[in-house]
Ligand binder design. Structure first.
Ligand SMILES: NC(=O)C1=CN([C@@H]2O[C@H](COP(=O)(O)OP(=O)(O)OC[C@H]3O[C@@H](n4cnc5c(N)ncnc54)[C@H](OP(=O)(O)O)[C@@H]3O)[C@@H](O)[C@H]2O)C=CC1
Ligand SMILES: O=C(CO)[C@H](O)[C@H](O)COP(=O)(O)O
Length: 483
């Protein structure tokens, strides 16, 4: 425990882990008038921050954890912004040893929500509050206003909320920060946010691929289309930065930068976690799953090298009406995006039930409207949908989205058919369309699956005309018995 005197304990918040995210959010706190204690494992980052930005606010430079904790007003509030996993556990342990009951540790990294559940329970036993807070917005968001998804005990939010809300993005006067739910709820929601981010990026990537290989557009032409789309329903941060990335010219070669970047996408884990969790919860997040697998496929360099030149089959003709096909792609992107968000919100609802979190999906739509990577005009529509019906079964049946998909459906099918005929992979466009067709189908082949399961494993089935479970005596006289 640290002995602190009122004269030295003057910081309202401490930030430990001063890499990209931590340094920018520390500056954000300072710019909003909070005194910020700074700490990093290696002191060089602390000194660099103070040297470059020390004049932006009131910072307290510390070297050791004891000094850091001693610099904080009670109840002490420390935001950890370090690498997720073992590093976070190590930092929590050091801090917990120096802090006192009633103090609050906030983990703002991309922690796995089950780790957050474990950490919250363990620190609660020691009298400390632990808040797993998803923070999205990257470097720019951390500095100018991220979207913040804090979990943990409701009572911690009473002391912490105003501080976090003061640095969050604001949309229509509402901060993009709210208490999400107990223990791991905040990190669960951030994980699903990142899963949706993956799906959105994959869909944009597929649109880009179609422009390049079906319409023969160069990067600058495609950038112009995305720039134009960013003035309509698709307006979003990811569409905006897509136009910027595609406009960038490589200084060394004079070529578009995108043409000299290796086409192997990396991933740190949150997309994969979303899919693993969705598998456990039994929620079909097909768009997110395809996005994770598409990144994995792009990185399968040996297999891709070996498969080069394999048969394509007969390829169809390229579209001749570029304007019409451009509009088809826009519609397919919008409809697939609706599916990706619908699936993500389904996962949030299922997670809420599984963990007893009592989450309010409309809150996510509200706080994702600004600051975060998936911020988009479209989220206003999702917020309105949940405002109208907080118990919405699926976004795709809500009138606005239902109409949007009906408007897009022909284009969506043309895009998937054309891509297939041209041998252009569109896993997220096509799986989203199949998901939609699956949900709206009168009869699915699952009846056959049930028959097969009953045949080989006596797993039983339900009938359309009578309640109960039944089994056919497949290896006997094939009569049906009650199960
Ligand atoms: N980058 C982004 O856009 C986003 C990142 N996040 C999450 O925020 C967190 C911070 O991300 P980012 O700023 O990119 O930094 P990194 O994830 O690259 O982490 C670097 C920081 O972690 C510290 N660190 C690493 N290992 C340890 C350890 N064992 N003990 C103490 N400190 C350690 C480093 O200290 P040192 O300087 O001494 O090496 C450094 O301050 C991560 O959890 C990340 O997933 C969330 C949203 C967006
Ligand atoms: O959390 C984030 C944004 O919301 C990070 O940028 C995230 O790390 C990106 O994930 P990946 O590296 O797997 O693409």
């Amino acid at each position: 425990m640290t002995d602190t005197t009122a004269s030295t304990a003057r910081a309202q918040i401490g930030v430990t882990g001063l890499a990209v995210m931590g340094s920018n959010i520390a500056r954000n706190f300072a710019r909003h008038g909070h005194t910020v204690a700074l700490h990093n494992r290696s002191v060089a980052k602390t000194d660099a921050l103070i040297a470059e930005h020390g004049d932006e606010g009131d910072f307290v430079r510390t070297e050791t954890v004891d000094e850091f904790v001693a610099a904080l007003q009670r109840p002490r509030r420390v935001l950890i912004m370090v690498k997720a996993g073992d590093a976070t556990d190590a930092v929590i342990e050091e801090l917990a040893a120096a802090m006192e009951p009633g103090d609050i540790i906030i983990d703002g990294g991309n922690a796995l929500y089950t780790d957050t559940i474990r950490r919250e329970a363990s620190l609660r036993e020691r009298g400390l509050h632990f808040v797993g807070a998803g923070i999205s917005g990257g470097e720019e968001g951390a500095l100018n206003g991220p979207s913040i998804m804090p979990g943990g005990p409701k009572e911690s939010y009473e002391s912490l909320g105003p501080l976090l809300e003061s640095v969050a993005a604001v949309v229509d006067g509402t901060p993009c920060c709210t208490h999400i739910g107990p223990d791991g709820a905040g990190h669960f929601v951030k994980m699903v946010h990142n899963g949706i981010e993956y799906a959105d990026m994959q869909l944009i990537g597929e649109a880009y691929h179609l422009f390049r290989d079906a319409l023969g557009f160069d990067a600058a032409q495609i950038a112009a289309v995305f720039g134009e789309w960013n003035t309509g329903d698709l307006e979003s941060y990811l569409i905006e930065i897509t136009a910027e990335v595609l406009s960038q010219v490589d200084a060394k070669t004079g070529q578009p930068l995108v043409d000299v970047i290796v086409d192997a996408a990396e991933q740190k884990g949150t997309g994969r976690w979303t899919v693993k969790s969705a598998l456990d919860l039994g929620v079909p997040v097909t768009g997110i799953a395809e996005a994770v697998f598409a990144r994995a496929l792009s990185g399968s360099r040996a297999q891709r090298e070996a498969a080069k030149g394999l048969a394509s089959g007969v390829l169809g003709d390229k579209p001749t009406d570029a304007d019409r096909f451009t509009e088809d792609i826009r519609q397919a992107l919008y409809a697939s995006k609706i599916v990706a968000y619908a699936q993500g919100f389904d996962q949030i609802r299922a997670g809420s039930v599984e963990y007893g979190w009592d989450l309010t999906p409309g809150d996510m739509a509200t706080i994702w409207r600004g600051g975060c990577i998936i911020r988009a005009r479209f989220l206003n529509r999702i917020k309105e949908a949940y405002d109208t019906n907080p118990d919405l079964t699926s976004l795709i049946v809500e009138p606005y989205f239902k109409d949007a998909i009906e408007t897009a459906i022909d284009s969506w099918r043309r895009v998937v058919v054309t891509a297939t005929q041209l041998g252009i992979p569109v896993p997220a466009f096509s799986s989203s369309l199949s998901y939609y067709d699956g949900l709206r189908a009168e009869r699915l082949p699952a009846a056959l699956t049930q028959g097969q399961r009953d045949f080989f494993g006596a797993h039983t089935y339900e009938r359309t005309d009578r309640p109960g479970k039944f089994h056919t005596l497949w290896s006997g006289d094939r009569s049906e018995v009650d199960a």
